[in-house]
Design a protein around this ligand. Sequence first.
Ligand code: AMP
Length: 470
Amino acid sequence: MLFSELGLSPEILRAIEEQGYSEPTPIQAKAIPLVLSGRDLLAAAQTGTGKTAAFMLPILERLKKFANTSVSPAMHPVRALVLSPTRELADQIGVNVKTYTKYLPLRATTVFGGMNMDPQTAELRRGVEVVIATPGRLLDHIQQKSIQLNKVEVLVLDEADRMLDMGFIQDIRKIMSMLPKERQTLLFSATFAPEIKRLAADFMKDPQTVEVARQNATNEQVEQLVYSVDAGRKRYLLSHLIKQRDMSQVIVFCKTKLSADQLARDLKRDGLVAEAIHGDKAQASRLEILSAFKEGSLRVLVATDVAARGLDISELPFVVNYELPNSPEDYVHRIGRTGRAGASGVAISLMSPAETRQHEAIEKLTRQTLTPQTVAGFEPGAAAPREESAPRRERDRDGGREHGRSTTRAPLRETQRDPMSVPASALMAGKSGEGLKTIKPAGSSRRSRKAQREVPALLLPPRYKVEVSR
Ligand code: AMP
């Protein structure tokens, strides 16, 4: 099929041709005619399937009749609103829209938190047809009366499942109640969880359902490898794999902001160019890190699930799950970062003996067997090779924070918790100057508490002590 067969105008066809889109992806082939017809759409599409163009191209086609070059704000009311769970996804959609509107006098802007509101307000007041927003910041603008939504004809809820996961449901319902009843609603989600269906039932009119991949399926173009390794040696195995496989651009997923920061520091010590990206970083710094990663000057991007959502890095060759996610859906999203738009990729998961439950949940959800393998020299329970130990002066310089083991210390037991897997909330519970803080592992029973013992202090961030059960 050709794009020209889908009913798009020459201005749009020219813009996407310049982007190198030669033929529509399956979601585009199915969704574009439906959206053009004005129907509501409930679409299950994985990341990397081309879903942004699947909704944005027909929206622009529908708004083309309003395109004008007038300077009057009244001539540019908001006609399409796209809600995104994260700032990065909003930014990415905004970048795509700018390229798609290259030959159309339609205005688009993004509004998201973490940035000064004033430039956003100025842009909204100037008049803009397409607004891409995160829910919280949009509500701020609504409250400030810098945006009017009474002319909205199309609403898109992108990555709706993630918006619900992130607790945006009340914000979304509030925003939807402010929009004209007569409108088109397009909902994109990786999965059709029951809450998504409820949202669709409450706010959509007889939606057409489009599914381009099996629900919860992982991309078949992605080679998936699972390596068994002790938690305390993951970092060394990761450095080894990055160097051995010559990974020039890799995204590494961690469960918490704390472990992402720690891992990025550790990788830097191993001589790799690495940065962490997560919600605690200022927006400007997140965008800077992202652009360094995209242009290739940053080799390793360590990310949390939330921060990585919506990152559009095409043809990313490698994704690493440094820690297996608690929710198997996150595994699907994570590895969706590679093998995008038809490219192949490799997803590597590092699994410690304590992560078998997460591994099983992933196998169950994705309906596949992911047999764990080992890497020579990094087998669980094997002694650490000498070169793994960090020089003592480096550990000393770091105030004893080094998480690696020295060759003189006994290897971590399987039952010991990897300090990096301690939830951030637990570590944050300690207060400065309190001395050692005792943190109990989640779900520790009375019986196991008796057998608790301490992790050597050198393995922990200063001021914290963790009790673990054998
Ligand atoms: P998305 O799923 O919207 O995040 O898109 C993933 C990537 O695929 C983006 O880099 C798009 O620019 C790219 N893309 C979208 N549609 C096409 C297409 N028809 N042909 C080639 N690349 C595409």
